[in-house]
Design a protein around this ligand. Structure first.
Ligand SMILES: [Zn+2]
Length: 71
């Protein structure tokens, strides 16, 4: 086994955050949609002004409102 003492497992999964420049393992990023771009939802939100997650939630809510309930 190689030296695997680093909390970062695989160099192939290391990304550099577009906003803060932090190097992170994208698989560990809490961001669901842009985890390969930002280290986390905080940077995602700070850079975009919103999170994709929040946007999708809004769109889903609007769709539910617009859909007619008539059968
Ligand atoms: Zn960041």
């Amino acid at each position: 086994m190689a030296m695997n003492i680093s909390p970062i497992s695989d160099p192939a999964n290391i990304k550099t955050c577009q906003r803060c420049g932090l190097r992170y393992d994208w698989r560990r990023s809490p961001s669901n949609s842009l985890k390969m771009t930002y280290c986390g939802s905080l940077c995602e939100q700070a850079d975009l002004g919103f999170t994709i997650e929040a946007l999708l939630r809004v769109e889903r809510a609007e769709t539910e409102i617009l859909l007619p309930a008539a059968a």
